[in-house]
Design a protein. Structure first.
Length: 93
């Protein structure tokens, strides 16, 4: 799936997540694997509990971190693709 600003993403509710020193640690029960997110990844995870368009998420990130929208999209696209591939999030167009 190609991610665009119109893509809607949401957490996979089968993933267990916990805070650890301000960052997220997650476990996929299905895959039996652990994952860790840094501060920006944790911010994204905290804001995708309910379905959200990538464009709205980018707006939230650019407001918080004061970065350019194009740069933000370029930075989060590989991250979102990774989360989708690992089945940590669900994406729909």
């Amino acid at each position: 799936m190609k991610i665009t600003v119109e893509t809607i993403i949401q957490r996979n509710n089968d993933i267990l997540a916990s805070d650890l020193d301000g960052e997220k640690v997650m476990m996929s029960i299905k895959k039996g694997e652990y994952y860790g997110l840094g501060k920006t990844g944790t911010f994204i995870w905290d804001n995708i509990e309910k379905p959200i368009k990538i464009s709205d998420l980018i707006h939230m990130i650019t407001e918080k971190y004061k970065i350019d929208e194009t740069q933000c999209l370029n930075d989060i696209t590989p991250f979102m693709n990774d989360l989708i591939e690992k089945e940590l999030v669900i994406a729909t167009n």
